[in-house]
Design a protein around this ligand. Structure first.
Ligand code: LLP
Length: 421
């Protein structure tokens, strides 16, 4: 459930009519709903009620400061994957002891910054990383709390570009080698082993792969405890999928996912961390765009809109489906026709949907891409020298621009000219 609904025939974001935002900020723009962000965070928090836990928002899905502050205010921790994300989390007021640091390629500088600013744990993905972290922490005279990310070799049954838990993927260490690597970690200076980490992929629409991975983590916990490691925390990653196509079957609910966690690892008495991104931010955002032209092609009509692949890359990158709806609600039984919905970028891949049935639209009509709050703005680029589009946050009947659209001068002036030119 989200808070983007038609009211009096007009799409609203909570209590704000979407056309009012479009008139104020221009199109295209991202629009997020505070109530939806909060609702989705709470669904996870409540699903783990009764177990010591921390929901760490995977801020790679949406790292706007206002979004982070909204979630941090509800008690969320953050899962960060770069020095930049760490800095953003801190800038949003998230204390270090609520930040976990994931990622396969952490640099010495990133490790140092996190150890200086405070960190809940590093999720270590390889032996070289372990050794480097030991060196950095020892040189600073501190201990780095760590979990080792294990690769359970489980098929997440999702898009190949976002599956991470198979042995051929670059993530984590093979679970079969975990005993050896934990022994190595325990012997290294500057390392405090606190737990185990696993993440098998994103946009999972079934619980079964999670169950298989969590079972393997539970077994490993017992093995490592028997070896004398004080495993007290399990980071079970993110990845629960969202319904991108409302007409299709819905993925499992956070409450079912929480129950699965309790069933599979509850008996171990560990503190649980999860790292959901998409389920918290995805359906909390829409991308609003304007139809520039309706063009009749050979046997098909194109809706040429002012958003493009540089603003929302998911359709061209993963052939992802986003529901696209008109901002003015079509009358019941209104005529529909198929359109290819495309952006202005000079690539055929700049296509959001092919032969999508829509009510008949005209230049100047507003449309909204649903489920665009996760991996939307954060993956945007300035390709074709198109400005990064504004982000707006709605809270009940108020809205605020939470990132301005840069001017062309601001964009151009980031380049510097060498003196010989
Ligand atoms: N934890 C780790 C270690 C991750 O790598 C990810 C996502 C998450 C948590 C959060 O997963 P989520 O709950 O959002 O599924 N750009 C792609 C998705 C990439 C996901 C990468 N890792 C997309 O647009 O579908």
């Amino acid at each position: 459930m989200d808070h983007f609904l038609y009211r009096d025939g007009i799409l609203h974001a909570e209590d704000v009519p979407v056309p009012a935002i479009a008139a104020a900020v221009g199109t295209p723009f991202y629009c997020y709903s505070t109530a939806t962000l909060a609702r989705h965070f709470k669904l996870f928090d409540e699903a783990l009620e009764g177990t010591e836990h921390l929901v760490c928002f995977a801020m790679k899905s949406n790292s706007n400061q206002a979004v982070l502050k909204t979630l941090a205010g509800l008690g969320a921790g953050m899962d960060v994957v770069s020095g930049g994300e760490y800095a953003r989390a801190k800038a949003a007021g998230v204390p270090g002891d609520r930040i976990v640091f994931s990622g396969v390629g952490k640099t010495r500088e990133e490790m140092r910054a996190a150890l200086e600013g405070g960190i809940r744990q590093f999720n270590v993905e390889s032996e070289p990383e372990l050794i480097q972290l030991s060196e950095v922490a020892s040189s600073m005279g501190v201990e780095a709390p760590i979990a080792i990310r294990v690769n359970p070799d489980v098929d997440a049954k999702t898009h190949e570009k976002i599956a991470t838990g198979k042995s051929e993927n670059k993530f984590g260490i093979p679970i079969a080698r975990a005993k050896e690597v934990y022994a190595q970690a325990a012997a290294l200076p500057g390392i405090d082993v606190v737990g185990i980490d696993v993440h098998i992929g994103s946009q999972l629409t079934e619980l079964e792969p999670f169950g298989l991975a969590f079972e393997k983590v539970a077994e490993l916990t017992e093995v490592l405890r028997a070896e004398g490691h004080n495993i007290r925390r399990l980071d079970l990653g993110g990845g629960l999928g969202i319904p991108y196509e409302r007409s299709n079957e819905a993925p499992p609910l956070p409450i079912e996912y929480g129950q699965l966690i309790k069933d599979k690892v509850g008996h171990l008495g560990c503190e649980i961390e999860i790292e959901p991104g998409r389920l918290i931010s995805g359906n909390a955002g829409i991308l609003v765009s304007d139809v520039i032209f309706v063009k009749s092609g050979e046997g098909r009509d194109f809706l040429i809109v002012d958003a493009a692949m540089n603003d929302l890359v998911r359709p061209s990158m993963y052939s992802a489906h986003h529901d696209i709806i008109p901002v003015v609600e079509p009358a019941a039984g209104a005529e529909q026709q198929p359109y290819d919905i495309v952006g202005p970028v000079c690539e055929t891949g700049d296509t959001f949907a092919k032969q999508r049935n829509m009510p008949v639209l005209q230049a100047g009509d507003l449309i909204a891409f649903r489920s665009a709050g996760a991996y939307g703005a954060v993956m945007a680029s300035e390709y074709n020298t198109r400005a990064l589009i504004p982000e707006v946050l709605v809270h009940e009947d108020q809205f605020a621009v939470i990132r301005q659209r840069p001017t062309f001068d601001e964009m151009i002036n980031r380049d510097t000219i060498p003196e010989w030119l």
